[in-house]
Design a protein around this ligand. Sequence first.
Ligand SMILES: NC(=O)c1ccc[n+]([C@@H]2O[C@H](COP(=O)([O-])OP(=O)(O)OC[C@H]3O[C@@H](n4cnc5c(N)ncnc54)[C@H](O)[C@@H]3O)[C@@H](O)[C@H]2O)c1
Ligand SMILES: [Zn+2]
Ligand SMILES: [Zn+2]
Length: 370
Amino acid sequence: MATDGKIIKCKAAVAWEPNKPLVIEEIEVAPPQTNEVRIKIVATAVCHTDLHHLLETQEKDGFPVVLGHEAAGIVESVGPGVTEFQPGDKVIPLFISQCEECRFCKSPKTNQCEKAWVTPESRFTCKGKKVLQFSGTSTFSEYTVVNQMAVAKIDPTAPLDKVCLLGCGICTGYGAAVNTAKVEPGSTCAVFGMGAVGLAAVMGCKAAGAKRIIAVDINPDKFEKAKEFGATDFVNPKDHSKPVSKVLSEMTDGGVDFSLECVGNVGVMRSALESCIQGWGVSVIVGWTDLEDFSARPVQLIAGRTWKGSAFGGFKGKQDVPQMVKKYLDKKIKVDEFITHTMTLDQVNDAIELMKQGKCIRTVMTVSSQ
Ligand SMILES: NC(=O)c1ccc[n+]([C@@H]2O[C@H](COP(=O)([O-])OP(=O)(O)OC[C@H]3O[C@@H](n4cnc5c(N)ncnc54)[C@H](O)[C@@H]3O)[C@@H](O)[C@H]2O)c1
Ligand SMILES: [Zn+2]
Ligand SMILES: [Zn+2]
């Protein structure tokens, strides 16, 4: 490859500071170092966690940064020590690494790799300044450098402009239902928040054999999609004067067997817990926030409910993401149906605006040609 071992100058969307539009800049991407892989990003989508970093955190030192973590691309070159990947491989970058060596990777109980939240050194510079990496992936760029433990090699026939969504939202929601909640056949479920994560949770509940799936959202425009994914009932908390947990409890003779919070709001987390039936109800927190603590009455848990959390749907990325790609190719899971808009990376601020206004499920942006 002509670019092998050289600095690549390319286009990226840089977030210079919080709460400001991203700026399309020419950046320099250094060659991959030991155990690193440089990836040409073909397609990337916007997830609410990108918005969270840009608009909702108080951290000023998280900038300038290249956001984006839901993507697919092609390996351009590899650094020393990389044997598993070759230029031309189709890959999905992982925001939770799988080093395969730590005690968490060795346990079948979790996907929380010890190295997962260690921020790797960024290989980006722009106008002489270091630009940070986000989620270990930074996919709003034509090229990015990722540690090999955070890369999944996928089927070479997979359409990258579709399977990019398996890099976060779909796996997160689907896995939260199937792996974390362990939804049972014949059960009644409630999913709070009908973004891509919540819709994927609905899809997971259905795949696990749930008999009744109640979609909860304050934006009724989302209910049509929810039905397409398998929701059987719809509740808009704004239509009721009593708490939504009470509404669900009355609809289900005491509460749902499983609830999933896919919003990222501590009040909704509490409602989701309180919507579960005593004795065996399981509630899973999927939505992300680090601004506030949550609260609940101890009796909720004492009475036999279980409160859990789920990151990336409990999937171990390197081994499980290629399986999810296969499931999509075998038509066992939906992916195309999540895509409501397609754009190019230049339009990233429009894509962010659509999500802010609740007008999209996922916007897939073309970054480079395949
Ligand atoms: N745990 C993980 O690994 C992980 C991974 C990806 C995303 N997330 C988080 O999941 C959440 C959802 O992400 P997304 O990309 O689907 O976001 P999104 O913005 O597309 O969807 C959120 C949905 O929640 C609805 N909502 C807002 N307030 C509500 C309320 N009070 N009650 C009911 N519904 C409400 C919105 O109308 C919207 O439909 C975010 O918090 C995101 O950061 C977590
Ligand atoms: Zn995400
Ligand atoms: Zn590990």
